[in-house]
Design a protein around this ligand. Structure first.
Ligand SMILES: Cc1cc2nc3c(=O)[nH]c(=O)nc-3n(C[C@H](O)[C@H](O)[C@H](O)COP(=O)(O)OP(=O)(O)OC[C@H]3O[C@@H](n4cnc5c(N)ncnc54)[C@H](O)[C@@H]3O)c2cc1C
Length: 476
């Protein structure tokens, strides 16, 4: 039967974590939902595969899942029954410095603070009150702009969050260790560190390290996507892979269509249905820096100078706050940093199933200008050698993705922007427009990371989009 001859309650275009989350929310109400995915495998930015050599299982996109563990939606789902097992590394994050020391973030605030010397008290007094209020503000932080249930708690968080990381780090901390650590976490924002709300992004990510942990799924990110898909199917949902949707006319008849797409591919799919004003608003949506990603197959673990790096799920390579800020500033302004800030994960330290016995995989990326095609491999490897001399001798396979390859791999990530759009203050709330999940076309919704609360694997964009569709067009 042709798709167009079928009839369902809802269709989701795209099986990224948000697409799957949206489909689950609808299927939970007993309604018939079908997901179309253009790739041969499900999961979008939450997939794994043998990118280098046979038997070496790499993450194509996401590797560490602070929001996957803490997601108010995923937390409620029986994902363990569908094979998901979270691995919590002994340390969440290590940040080495040139003198051989490393600052670390552990699950326990006290352990983290104790390693920060003169900034022990400052760290505790920054983080502990936020952990205390987190249960009251998580729905506001991980959701669209609404009147908050706990305005005072949110205001306290907002006062710090709506600053730049550079400013907050200099005001609160005195040591290079604490400032560098905070700067590295803030750099996940993919904004210059003197821009708002980089402090907020660093604070939320730091909180996640203490609240649920920066964990990785056993077997790779694909296990999380597979568990979501398994749960969706158990609710009666259907997923069709290798099925790129080029026009809304190709879809089955449905009361709701939810697109796990960022504005650019959405315009290609449905632009002709939108009034000019909405089209223009989507065209104005801003995509940011790109990333240059490298995966390695290694014959042995990375020979870190500082042993804490081998106990951490994530390692940030960039030295001081000033150096990281310069790297992000360069990438933002169209230049390629000589010493790029590098994010690194070596999952096989905690999950040996992902490589042949004794061998390892490593995942990294650095930020580069939007759409860049410059080869950053030598500079990334140089940054690793800086903190792990002898690293290169252990490499037995490499796979590289430039921003253009990233966009080819997933059309949502324009210019290699893995956040599917900048996370500026405006685009945190008006994402992609003030309508957020809705469009002017009745029944047509956006459920991707280009809606609030934005990028990362948490499913909350899909959750809120589906709830809106249920309220507006799937009521009976
Ligand atoms: C290199 C990289 C590293 C990352 N690292 C992390 C990390 O460590 N931790 C983390 O939390 N997040 C990370 N992210 C971000 C995370 O992957 C995304 O924020 C998340 O996947 C967004 O989910 P989504 O469902 O909105 O969209 P996506 O995951 O982008 O899924 C969209 C899906 O729609 C499909 N699609 C697109 N067009 C069509 C069409 N016309 N027809 C049918 N299907 C279509 C795509 O193939 C894709 O499967 C990373 C991303 C990248 C690229």
């Amino acid at each position: 039967m042709r798709n167009a001859d079928r009839s369902v309650d809802a269709v989701v275009v795209g099986s990224g974590p948000n697409g799957l989350a949206a489909a689950i929310v609808i299927a939970q109400t007993g309604r018939k939902v079908i997901v179309f995915e253009s790739a041969d495998t499900i999961g979008g930015g939450c997939r794994s595969g043998e990118l280098t050599l046979p038997g070496f299982m790499h993450d194509l996109c996401s590797a560490i899942h602070p929001f996957g563990v803490a997601s108010p939606m995923f937390r409620t789902l029986p994902l363990a029954q569908h094979g998901l097992e979270w691995i919590e590394p002994p340390a969440m994050l290590a940040h080495p410095f040139d003198d051989g020391s490393a600052a670390c973030v552990y699950r326990a605030v006290g352990d983290t603070a104790d390693g920060l010397g003169p900034d022990r008290v400052a760290y505790r007094s920054l983080i502990e009150p936020l952990i205390e209020v987190w249960p009251r503000i998580e729905n506001a932080v991980l959701g669209p702009l609404r009147w908050p249930r706990h305005p005072l708690a949110l205001a306290r968080f907002g006062a710090r969050a709506l600053q730049s990381a550079d400013r907050l780090a200099h005001r609160l901390f005195e040591s290079d260790a604490a400032r560098g650590l905070f700067g590295g976490i803030a750099a996940h924002a993919m904004l210059p560190l003197d821009a708002r709300p980089t402090a907020g992004i660093a604070l939320v990510l730091t909180l996640m390290a203490h609240v649920g942990g920066w964990c990785l799924p056993r077997g790779g990110a694909q296990s999380l996507a597979n568990a979501l898909a398994g749960h969706l199917r158990s609710l009666g949902g259907e997923i069709v892979t290798a099925s790129p949707i080029r026009s809304l006319d190709e879809l089955p008849r449905a009361r709701a269509v939810l697109c796990d797409l960022s504005p650019r591919p959405l315009l290609r799919l449905a632009g002709d249905r939108f009034p000019p004003r909405f089209r223009r608003a989507l065209e104005r949506y801003q995509y940011g820096m790109g990333v240059f990603k490298v995966d390695w197959a290694l014959e042995a673990a990375i020979p870190w100078q500082n042993p804490d790096c081998a106990r951490a799920g994530t390692v940030h390579l960039g030295g001081t706050l000033e150096e990281i800020a310069a790297s992000e500033h360069d990438a933002w302004h169209g230049r390629h940093p000589t010493r790029p800030f590098v994010l690194l994960v070596q999952p096989t330290l905690f999950d040996p199933s992902r490589a042949p016995r004794g061998r390892h995989v490593a995942w990294t990326y650095c930020h580069v200008p939007h759409g860049s095609s410059v080869d950053m491999l030598p500079r990334i490897e140089q940054q690793i050698e800086r903190f792990a001399p002898g690293f290169r001798e252990r490499v037995i396979g490499r796979a590289v993705m430039r921003p253009v390859d990233i966009e080819r791999h997933n059309a949502n990530l324009v210019g290699g922007d893995i956040g599917a759009g900048m996370s500026t203050v405006r685009q945190r709330f008006a994402r992609p427009t003030w309508r957020t999940y809705s469009t002017p076309v009745r029944g047509l919704y956006i459920c991707s990371a280009s809606t609030p609360p934005g990028p990362s694997v948490h499913g909350m964009c899909g959750y809120f989009a589906a709830r809106r569709a249920l309220r507006e067009v799937l009521r009976d």
